[in-house]
Design a protein around this ligand. Sequence first.
Ligand code: FAD
Length: 403
Amino acid sequence: MNNVVIIGSGHAGGQCAITLRNAKFDGSITIIGEENYPPYQRPPLSKGFLSGEVDINRVYLKKDEFYKDNNISLMINSKVTDIDKDSKIITLENNQEIQYTNLVLATGSRVRKLDVEGITLKNIGYLRDIDDVNALKPYLIKDANIAIVGAGYIGLEVAAIASKIGANVTVIEMANRVMNRTVDPLISSYYHKLHERKGVKILLNTSLDSFEGNTKVEYVICSDGSKIKADAAIIGAGIIPNTELAQQAGIDCENGILVNEFCETNIKNIFACGDCTNHPNKLLNKRLRLESVHNALEQAKTVSYNILNEKIAYNQIPWFWSDQYDHKLQIVGISGDHDEVIMRGSKKDENFILFYLKKNKLIACNAVNNPKEFLICKKLVANQVKISSDELSNQTLNLSEIV
Ligand code: FAD
């Protein structure tokens, strides 16, 4: 009997089990997850679920019955503490041992925690899981003073929701622009202005020094000595891949669990998928560690097909999205080493696409409020089309004609 054991009940772990069963895999499947919930989607945690517009049942990947009906053993609230790759046995925190034929590491990532004075005060939190949202929600109320540390996607999505609720929001960012790790300065300035129009105060070039208060946070102290009044503080300072378990087992890791294009680790019958991996991308000609739903889902499928002996390489152009207020940002490909940027549409109309070209080849697009053309952008970037700047900026030309 082929026993597949999946460590991690996140998006990747859940999808791996779903794909296996959809493909009529008839061995046993066990998902082991440290959290107390069945596999769920994290994007709504900083969007609809945080604002209260999306119900918890819509956050789960599948209803409970799915796991029962498909004979998937779901062990939640269970942590794997050891992998014995020679005897193919994993051990849980409660010393229970489980034998596997194929092991899938879908251990994801965890928030980067800050070690500053006052960090243990009440009402200071991070945002990674359902429990974090439940802890945060009571503080997101009208007129509350909310401080957000970090102007990345998560910090800004929370800022948008808090400001819509009527809270007084201040975002502290050590870089000189928002979302500086992931988007172009033009997109940063567009979103900066959008937040300011909505009443959010953004402090750039400003580092967190410490938190002050009696039992709960009352002030955020910045490195320039300034004090921000805060009833609650949310920290969005990035994530760290969960690789310790793999490392202990002798699996090669370097900024993530190292896998090949088939999501195989250096140990036979041990695979990895999702946020925890560092994987090659032939289309981009480099190794990547991604933090995105698309990557988690597609790598999980690659692992499943591989277990089913259908070796299909994972070679896809990454894409991502972020929702702030009613503005949708969608990104495909990786910009940075482009030599030309073309804009289609206009910032004034709040609807535009930035095309990034390298030697006339399209390598990435950032679309704001244009999901329809973004679908075409995904195809254009995947095909690395050679295209002139005139064609791209000409809005009378239908993008689909270029595909
Ligand atoms: P995870 O979701 O991290 O799941 C891993 C699971 O493994 C965790 O539950 C963890 O507890 C468990 N685990 C780890 N070690 C063990 C162990 N030893 N034993 C048992 N269990 C273990 N991406 C987008 O593309 N678009 C978005 O808009 C977007 N928004 C996001 C908003 C938020 C608030 C967050 C936190 C993330 C967002 N992301 C978004 C990123 C996306 O959700 C992640 O890339 C995706 O969840 C990764 O899935 P994963 O299964 O690899 O890892």
